[in-house]
Design a protein around this ligand. Structure first.
Ligand SMILES: NC(=O)c1ccc[n+]([C@@H]2O[C@H](COP(=O)([O-])OP(=O)(O)OC[C@H]3O[C@@H](n4cnc5c(N)ncnc54)[C@H](OP(=O)(O)O)[C@@H]3O)[C@@H](O)[C@H]2O)c1
Length: 301
């Protein structure tokens, strides 16, 4: 199967991350870059020198989809423009809830009218994180979900943790759950060969942490924690549920790259999609793997 040819509209942070990934992809290819006229003369990195740079998607021959990487306020206009030219779009609009549903409905009508598919909200949030939230809710149907963002901002050092044998470096943060209970997250960088469970038990047993709900996360580098974005997603079963369940997802990541990779996964689902607008929740996960679908089933099931 030939690679799916994609154009990138807007060569900012997400656009560049998509482009760099496309250069090394086997099943997706970079048809060209669409820039504003004032950006056309800006120099591109050596790797992109041979890539066509134009001011409109329609000028890219045989493009099978457009990755919309323009600022949020320009996404709807760019989507409309591509759909009118019969070009499928993938975008990662940062809308949520009712605003997202209204936007999706508008794109859906346009996509039906022009008989092309559109994939909306396919970034990190909305996007990959939306899939995780919904998976957590499926696994624990009765319960509450809590999100704590930007852990890095509230991280601080606690001397006691550094004194636990085997701990090279540590950072802590705390927050209140919706029920008002204090929770503590302790990130520890361990000396080679040290047992993480023993360290976690020692920290929880210290008078400083007694009485608190303390979760200890071994990490490769405490210094790296203080950079980038952080998120803790937690779902707990409702009080009185048949089973006591708790799911915890902890992440430190660069949102630009997760967004770019999610948009490219969505692009793999384009072939065979009927006209209309789709979110990531509407697409079979298998289709996000494209030509690697069978391999994904073997690896992840
Ligand atoms: N869902 C998520 O989690 C998520 C996360 C991050 C970003 N996003 C979305 O991804 C999109 C791209 O984000 P980004 O961080 O890559 O943005 P960015 O760095 O600001 O880049 C946007 C690019 O769009 C082009 N552009 C077109 N019209 C423009 C205008 N009126 N003003 C400024 N630039 C204009 C420019 O490229 P040229 O100079 O090449 O024309 C610019 O570099 C946004 O819509 C953002 O909301 C979503």
């Amino acid at each position: 199967m030939d690679p799916i040819r994609l154009g990138i509209v807007g060569f900012g942070k997400v656009g560049k991350a998509c482009a760099e990934t496309l250069l090394h992809s086997k099943d997706l290819s970079l048809a060209g870059i669409v820039r504003r006229s004032e950006s056309l003369t800006l120099p591109l990195a050596e790797a992109f020198r041979k890539v066509p740079v134009v001011t409109h998607m329609a000028a890219l021959p045989r493009a099978e989809g457009a990755l919309l990487c323009v600022p949020a306020a320009q996404v709807a206009g760019a989507a409309r423009d591509c759909l009118q030219h019969g070009i499928p779009v993938i975008e990662s609009s940062v809308l949520h809830g009712e605003a997202f549903c209204a936007y999706r409905e508008t794109i859906h009508r346009l996509a039906l009218h022009h008989e092309v598919p559109a994939i909306v909200g396919a970034g990190w949030d909305p996007g990959g994180l939306s899939i995780l939230r919904s998976l957590f809710a499926l696994l624990v149907p009765q319960g509450g979900i809590e999100e704590t963002h930007r852990i890095a901002d509230s991280l601080h050092h606690i001397a006691m943790v550094r004194q636990v044998v085997g701990v090279k470096a540590a950072l802590c943060t705390e927050h209140r759950t919706s029920s008002g209970r204090r929770q503590r997250y302790v990130y520890v960088e361990l000396e080679p060969g040290v047992d993480g469970d023993r360290v976690a038990a020692a920290i929880r047993a210290d008078p400083l942490f007694l009485g608190d709900d303390t979760v200890v996360f071994p990490v490769e580098s405490v210094a790296a924690l203080e950079q980038g974005r952080g998120l803790v997603l937690e779902r707990r079963s409702a009080p009185g549920s048949v089973a006591h369940q708790r799911l915890l997802f902890e992440a430190r990541f660069d949102e630009v790259w997760t967004t770019a990779w999610m948009m490219l996964a969505a692009a793999r689902a384009l072939p065979g999609l009927r006209p209309g607008a789709y979110t990531l929740l509407d697409l079979p996960v298998r289709d996000l793997w494209g030509t690697q679908a069978d391999q994904a089933v073997r690896a992840w099931l």
